[in-house]
Design a protein around this ligand. Sequence first.
Ligand SMILES: Nc1ncnc2c1ncn2[C@@H]1O[C@H](COP(=O)(O)OP(=O)(O)OP(=O)(O)O)[C@@H](O)[C@H]1O
Ligand SMILES: Cc1ncc(COP(=O)(O)O)c(N)n1
Length: 505
Amino acid sequence: MTSSSYSSVYPLVVSGRETPRVLSIAGSDPSGGAGIQADLKSIAAQGGYGMAAVTALTAQNTLGVSAVHVPPVEFLRQQLEAISTDIAIDAVKIGMLGDAAVIDEVRGWLEAVRPAVVVLDPVMVATSGDRLLRGSAEQALRALLPLADLITPNLPELAMLLGEPEAADWESALNQGKRLAAECGTTVLVKGGHLAGTECPDALVNTSGLLRQDVIEVAGPRIETKNSHGTGCSLSSALATVQARTGDWEASLREVKPWLLQALLHSDSLDVGKGNGPVHHFHHHQVLRPGEFAAALWKEAAPELAAIHKLSFIDGLQSGDLPEAAFNYYLAQDAIYLNGYSRVLARAGALAPTEEEQLFWAKASQQCLEVESELHRNWLSTREASPVTGPVTKSYVDHLLASSAAGSYAVVLAAILPCYWLYAEVGQQLHASFVDAGAPAAHPYANWLRTYADEEFAAATRNAINFTDAAAAAASEGERASMLEAFAQSCRYETAFFDAPRLFA
Ligand SMILES: Nc1ncnc2c1ncn2[C@@H]1O[C@H](COP(=O)(O)OP(=O)(O)OP(=O)(O)O)[C@@H](O)[C@H]1O
Ligand SMILES: Cc1ncc(COP(=O)(O)O)c(N)n1
């Protein structure tokens, strides 16, 4: 087969493609953790369109490789021909090649088609120790390296390609990377996976001035896990995909490495096999069951609710022993708070994805202002209370406004929710104990305690919880982390708000 017998009907241009068309030329791992199976998952996880031309079939699982079958090379030629005569390829990832005939075939195809992005993972030995490349093919593999834009050897492979002993530390690994990069004139990704220690860095190495500097290191923590099967395959195919979009190796590595880290961190949840399991390529697409996120939020709120019930303010409100000045301070601060809260509720309405939610938050915002004026009309007009905004009120409202400033509906809802949820819970318990005590009319705060029985507020609280739960299901993982943070902070302010009269009245 000569290189000219391959042809491409499309010009192969790189960069800027929203959904890069990425071809993996690699072996099959039927257990799904490595090879083309891992590649297709990684490409899809990065938003690419994945294709695969199979070089070799393996019989393997998480414990090891039990057999390898390399089909006639003619059939690989037909696969590559079928793909490249029809489809524009934005990037290619090359993995297990098996033997020298396969390597020659792939070289001929690369020379003819010249894909814009070529990432070569020089797979030689599996994690399990089984050989995936014939010893006699090592020289042919070396000759293939200059056709790649990026080579991603692990440390044993790096050493083997150079004919040197394996690097024992990061510094010598980087030096080996520089030697290989200079030798084959391409960029080398030196990977820290095979070293010990708490860190697991990777570095792009190119000594010809192609990169911003000869060595660009991207740091990362080492995850304590045995589920590292296919990390090399996953990394190289993800890099090929992102590179086709960004056209910048450093940006691509900085995008892919945190994704792989999370894929390693979530690997246990897959529960695949008894040996070195696969990583979780789609950890970021985990589907939340209805109520699941609300339950996680309640975990944050429960200790704050317990703390609120231990406050002297709540105790005094329940027993009637609360000094009037403390109660007046609380009411005055509540009125100030509700004014700010109303604005944040209106913001939630502005960001709401459905009309039902928009209406709910708009009404809530209006009701808030009505309650504020009711506080002034019926509760504060006859009392002595300073109209100055207290420090807790100020911080709480500032936190709510800051949470709404980022423009994420989910995060605003998480910040808003504790005021509904904790207030409803506290109110329900206070009202229940007031009723248990025979609802004494002589109780100095009887009229206030009766307001806690408001069924409309309980229903609104249930709605607010459900909307927040649904918003979390539609949110990204990063947004959900921000939701938890905003919610936890608001919970702490709820406690502080009930405690403020003791400190500032
Ligand atoms: N325990 C770990 N914690 C964090 N990152 C890791 C860990 N192990 C490997 N990695 C990362 O996974 C990628 C692959 O690295 P590694 O050096 O293990 O390559 P490999 O041996 O080719 O992979 P494979 O296990 O698929 O053969 C690198 O980005 C590396 O930093
Ligand atoms: C088909 C195929 N390709 C590559 C690897 C290397 O992956 P790992 O080193 O994680 O076993 C593999 N085991 N199988």
